[in-house]
Design a protein around this ligand. Structure first.
Ligand code: DSN
Length: 415
């Protein structure tokens, strides 16, 4: 019996279609993942009915005893997961979390220094169209032509800019981020160090990437990327004063009632992240991304920075006569979902780009390992080698749908 099917067949059918799309395509967008049915159950729970402005045991509404317990459980699990003292699990998204950090710690017009969006940063790290570039004076550092951050150059820029906050963390950077070096840079210029680990959080909590603690003053993440939890954000710190300011910035500063059902789902996701099998998952995510990079390099593709230390691979087509957009479309026709991405030395617009970003987290969640990634990487190269061959794309799609269907995501509908 499906309540949704009974009540709203249109949305039900779209859910069915989306499950079919997710099942039959190879999801390789580096920021996407498949969450557990248990996480989805918590997200669809009765907690969606509850208002709970405030924080555990300090609410503005009655009847919050269960919401308090849920939020406290999410906080305690997150503290254990990232080995930190204070956590706010209420941000509705990563962008809200980042907005709260600025609102809590600096004033409008203050200077922030973050990684350039076109070099792999994020809109909320000071990009001009975002609130972070509008409300604050934003400055950027980037990667060198070898695709890596040059920490000496970041220091030089920081010395000139004298920012209040330095943001580290990226959306399209395949190499380990050295938080210790960023701490040294922040200390040299007297800046707050803010690490946005949204992309790598699932690796960090498994010990597969350097932790931003104890180096960063404040850390944000989303919970749905490599963490594979529900869609949402989170803020962490070891500093009591910062924690208090962050809590006020989230509520009543930026948000109203917390999404208690999503906080419940975050807690379930953290339970998954704390399990022994999570460490195996994170290791496999990295192994799979490495295979992807190795095959693409062997097949003659320019993998930015020459490989990967994490869950993603950035491929540059600056040396080819097609764009990231062309590649994205051709791979989409072949059943592989990726996203076009700017690359170091970019010559095209952000809507066209000269690269693609490919990630391993979602297919690793489906149980794929090195053998499947080797096969898929070769299919990616086959498509790119003959990018206008739509017949080949259709043939590869057939093969990849058959492969995808062997790796079941959900045994039963979860919508
Ligand atoms: N949209 C996310 C990504 O794809 O990396 C960043 O927020």
């Amino acid at each position: 019996m499906s309540f949704l099917k009974e009540f709203d067949s249109e949305i039900y059918e779209l859910c069915e279609k989306e499950l079919e799309r997710q099942t039959n395509h190879l999801e390789m967008i580096a920021s996407e993942n498949f969450t557990l049915p248990a996480v989805m159950e918590a997200m669809g729970s009765v907690f969606t009915n509850k208002y709970a402005e405030g924080y555990p045991n300090k609410r503005y509404y009655g009847g919050c005893e269960n919401a308090d317990a849920v939020e406290q459980l999410a906080i305690d699990r997150a503290k254990k997961l990232f080995n930190c003292e204070y956590v706010n699990v209420q941000p509705h998204s990563g962008s809200q979390a980042n907005g709260a950090v600025y609102a809590a710690l600096i004033k409008a017009g203050d200077k922030i220094l973050g990684m350039d969006l076109s070099h792999g940063g994020h809109l909320t790290h000071g990009s001009k169209p975002s609130f972070s570039g509008k409300n604050y004076q934003s400055f950027t550092y980037g990667v060198e032509l070898d695709g890596r951050i040059n920490y000496d150059r970041v220091l030089d820029i920081a010395k000139i800019v004298q920012p209040k906050i330095i943001v580290c963390g990226a959306s399209a950077y395949a190499r380990e981020i050295d938080f210790k070096k960023f701490r040294e840079i922040a200390d040299e210029v007297g800046a707050i160090l803010f690490a946005d680990i949204a992309h790598i959080a699932g690796l960090v909590c498994a010990g597969e990437h350097m932790s931003p603690f104890p180096y960063a003053d404040v850390v944000t993440t989303t919970t749905h990327k490599t963490l594979a939890g529900p869609r949402g954000g989170m803020i962490m710190t070891n500093d009591e004063d910062i924690a208090k300011k962050i809590n006020s910035a989230i509520f009543p500063g930026l948000q109203g009632g917390p999404l208690v059902h999503v906080i419940a789902a975050k807690a379930v996701g953290f339970k998954h992240n704390l399990s022994p099998e999570w460490k195996e998952y994170a290791k496999q995510v990295k192994k799979n991304a490495k295979v992807l990079a190795e095959v693409l390099i062997k097949r003659g593709y320019n993998v930015v920075s020459g490989g990967t230390d994490n869950h993603l691979v950035l491929v540059s087509f600056l040396d080819k006569d097609f764009s990231g957009k062309d590649a994205d479309e051709a791979l989409g026709n072949a059943g592989i979902t990726v996203n076009k991405n700017t690359v170091p030395g970019e010559t095209r617009s952000p809507f066209v780009t000269s690269g693609i970003r490919i990630g391993s987290p979602a297919l690793t969640s489906r149980g794929m390992k090195e053998a499947e990634f080797e096969l898929i990487a070769n299919k990616i190269a086959d498509v790119l080698d003959d990018i206008n061959n739509t017949q080949l794309q259709a043939k590869i799609k057939e093969e990849l749908v058959a492969l995808a269907q062997k790796f079941v995501i959900y045994n039963q509908p979860t919508y």
